[in-house]
Ligand binder design. Sequence first.
Ligand SMILES: O=C(O)CCC(=O)C(=O)O
Ligand SMILES: [Fe+2]
Length: 201
Amino acid sequence: MNKPIFYFCREVLLEYSKRTREVTKGLLSGISAGLGLDHSYVERALKLDSGFQIFAANLYPPCPQPELAIGLPPHSDHGLLTLLINNGVSGLQIKHKGKWFNVNNDIPNSFLVNTTDQLQIFSNGKYKSVEHHAIVNNAVTRLSVVVANGPSLDAVVEPAYKLVTEEKCPPKYIPMKYMEYLEMQQGNQIGGKTCLDKIRA
Ligand SMILES: O=C(O)CCC(=O)C(=O)O
Ligand SMILES: [Fe+2]
């Protein structure tokens, strides 16, 4: 029986997921301190040692009429931080103040990092989950490789209690198990940041 292509890449994928997990932990430790929390607060609260990772590869072939193609529709990612690389062809756009901006990550050997939904919830809105989409072009194939890094599936995610006060800074989101959020997001039609709207307090 033919083995799937991923069978042959599994050693590399395993190593890649281990290393991207470490990069994510390092970034989240800095973010934790930046929020005024202990360095290891995010790691402990969201059980990052058993954090959930998704690896995805996206292929965007050239399209004769790119203005008519959807590419990847607007969305935000569900986890904490998403690490992206591509084959040097631009196509990713992020939304800022209602406008789309090109993201040209042309720094060699670097990751583009998107902040995502669980970080917006945990930081009580201090970090915004980035709304993004991918467009296509009529000349060259684009490839992107994505690792989405989330909390542990059984972690209940809510605004960190040290960041909320009943009067001045009430929690903006209701607590929800990451697994349930993920199921809700995956069961939804892809579009903008609509899942976050569903769990507003
Ligand atoms: O292709 C890209 O640059 C973006 C991919 C993406 O947003 C995703 O897979 O969630
Ligand atoms: Fe995405």
